[in-house]
Write a protein that binds this ligand. Structure first.
Ligand code: ARG
Length: 275
């Protein structure tokens, strides 16, 4: 039981409503094209996530959804920003390629420096930033979507050390399904989603990490958004909520049954904008 007072930091996020959300192709093991999606319910649940973040004091920008891009609700995949520089996404599958264009347009504001990527990478799906750990470190996943070459490219564009972590379980195909930042310096993760070497790296860098188990990861309990105090996670992740509570954080549940049908939850739907 941690005695530390967990303090929130105000954040700015980007989300995209699931107006055009469907599961019409399957690019991860969670997607079943024969199971119907309740689009109206998806929008309702998404809006409750948005208002939850706003009610916690955060700013949420909304990206216009584009017809024909059913996965665009997973806004985390569109880019990765650190200190005002945006490393653009380049999607692995052609079905999602045009999402990168919509995200790039959002950052055409002089306040941002946008770096076009050469290598395949799926934004915050495979990148996490811990500003208070080791002077500011980027964690990066590879194995299913993002190319390892994109990790070096991100380091070059963003000027922060990037630690490459190999994902080994297809159910946890993006870093953000297996690991999350709880605050500026600590993480929670499911060890078996990573290679043995990556597990050693994580144990060395984050000795105080909150460890999750397979059931937590399968409930998308690691696909969370934390402001340093409030940990927003889906209602299915009950055991995970208890773990973060025991570590001194305050879990806040939101229902996101429809987004799980596409293989995502809270974090996938929320990109953090860091300036
Ligand atoms: N259906 C999407 C895909 O497979 C889900 C993306 C989930 N996003 C995330 N940040 N993990 O690409």
């Amino acid at each position: 039981m941690s005695q530390t007072e967990r303090l929130p930091r105000t954040r700015t996020y980007l989300m995209c409503p699931p107006q055009h959300f469907t599961v019409e192709y399957a690019i991860n093991p969670w997607m079943d094209t024969t199971a119907p999606v309740d689009a109206a319910l998806a929008v309702e649940q998404w809006d409750l996530l948005r208002t939850t973040l706003v009610d916690l004091g955060h700013t949420v920008h909304v990206l216009d959804p584009v017809a024909g891009l059913p996965d665009m609700v997973y806004a985390a995949n569109g880019a990765f920003s650190v200190d005002g520089t945006v490393y653009g996404a380049r999607f692995r599958y052609p079905q999602r390629a045009d999402e990168a264009v919509a995200h790039r347009a959002f950052y055409q504001d002089p306040a941002w420096r946008f770096a076009d990527p050469e290598h395949v990478n799926e934004g915050e799906g495979d990148f996490a930033y811990l500003p208070g750990a080791h002077g500011g470190v980027i964690l990066a996943g590879y194995g299913f979507r993002t190319e390892p070459a994109a990790h070096a490219e991100a380091q070059e564009m963003l000027g922060r050390p990037v630690v490459s972590l190999r994902l080994v379980d297809p159910a946890f195909y993006h870093l953000d399904t297996a690991l999350a930042a709880l605050d500026d310096h600590n993480v929670t993760y499911y060890p078996a989603a990573f290679s043995a070497s990556a597990q050693r790296v994580l144990a060395q860098l984050f000795p105080d990490a909150v460890l999750a188990d397979r059931a937590d990861a399968e409930a998308f309990g690691l696909n969370l958004v934390s402001d340093g105090r409030h940990v927003v996670l889906n209602t299915e992740a009950i055991a995970m909520a208890e773990k973060v509570r025991a570590a001194g954080y305050h879990p806040v549940h939101v229902e996101l049954t429809e987004l799980k049908r596409g293989g995502g939850s809270v974090k996938c739907a929320v990109a953090e904008l860091r300036r």
